[in-house]
Design a protein around this ligand. Structure first.
Ligand code: ADP
Length: 319
């Protein structure tokens, strides 16, 4: 059937709600399964009144997680906790890492063949965690576990279009590497349509793209981080995956996956999607000297993030 079943885990959150709304509007989806540890019944009732095809079902609490996942083709995971006063970065890492490991364990048991799109941060570490959990359950398929980096592409395309007076819907900027700060590497030498930049523009745009999340956190002044643009990015990524699962050819989105492309075990590149998830990486193309230096600068952080994820998974799985 050309309609697919999609689950959102963390559907009641700042990202989860607008993401679920956007998915509800799509004719590509026959069933939309909303899961959270709180408030999903309300979100589900609300969305279920919209006159589109997707049938909405709401599941709340761990007892309903298995039912939320059965038969799913795509599972999108924005679940997590935002950093609260007094919490360290490590506290946040441990909390979100455990949430992702628990949710992916449930996917391994209930929908092992689904594509899993991970939004929960830190993506550089949560994707390796998800992979290790799937491996431990003997259902790992590296073509189906993808970290969503689409927001970096969305932002890069918007900022480049702004700077050059272009239509943002027609600009594509490949973004490689990881999904935090220095590890976000926009390839401004490979923008489509081709654009040229001065060294000053390259530096300014790259910094803005790498720190765009902070721009939103500061503007929201204590009321959270990017949710609406992230919901859009998550929906755009999901629609691309679903179209490819349905047999559309030539579907490309960037994403962070297990990779043999570079010296890094996980790396974001443009990916060609197909009927089984990621068909292949499109590679990093020909990098400029500036971009090669950015990768050099990202090395320590990205490798550390990957290592943290793998170590966490080892301990989690040993329990
Ligand atoms: P964000 O802005 O990143 O969306 P929120 O805190 O608004 O952050 O949303 C995160 C959502 O994830 C909340 O609705 C929260 O209830 C949900 N959540 C937290 N832990 C779990 C879990 N173990 N399973 C599913 N959802 C969870």
């Amino acid at each position: 059937a050309h309609t697919k079943r999609v689950a959102v885990l963390g559907a009641s959150g700042g990202i989860g709600q607008p993401l679920s709304l956007l998915l509800k509007l799509s004719p590509l989806i026959s069933d939309l399964s909303l899961y959270d540890i709180q408030h999903t019944k309300g979100v589900g009732a609300d969305l279920s009144h919209i006159e589109t095809r997707a049938k909405v079902k709401a599941y709340v609490g761990k007892d309903e997680l298995a039912d939320a996942l059965k038969g799913m083709d795509l599972v999108v995971i924005p679940a997590g906790v935002p950093r609260k006063p007094g919490m360290t970065r490590d506290d946040l890492f441990n909390t979100n890492a455990t949430i992702v490991a628990d949710l992916v364990t449930a996917c391994a048991k209930n929908c092992p063949r689904a594509v899993i799109a991970i939004i929960a941060n830190p993506v550089n570490s949560t994707v390796p965690i998800a992979a290790e959990v799937m491996k431990a359950h003997n259902v790992y398929d590296e073509k189906k576990i993808v970290g969503v980096t689409t927001l970096d592409v969305v932002r890069a395309s918007t900022f480049v279009a702004e700077a050059k007076g272009l239509d943002p819907t027609r600009v594509f900027v490949p973004v490689i590497g990881g999904h935090s700060g220095n590890t976000i590497i926009p390839l401004l030498s490979q923008v489509s349509p081709p654009v040229s930049f001065s060294q000053q523009e390259l530096t300014t745009l790259t910094n803005r793209i790498q720190n765009a999340g902070t721009e939103v956190v500061e503007a929201k002044a204590g009321a959270g981080s990017a949710t609406l643009s992230m919901a859009h990015a998550g929906a755009r990524f999901s629609f691309s995956v679903l179209e490819a699962l349905n047999g559309k050819e030539g579907v490309v989105e960037c994403g962070y996956i297990s990779s043999q492309e570079t010296e890094f075990k996980y790396f974001a590149t443009p990916l060609l999607f197909g009927r089984n998830g990621v068909e292949k990486s499109m590679g990093v193309g020909k990098l400029s000297e500036f971009e090669t230096k950015l990768i050099e600068k990202a090395k320590k952080e990205l490798n550390g993030n990957i290592q943290n994820g793998v170590e966490f998974a080892k301990q989690y799985l040993a329990k």
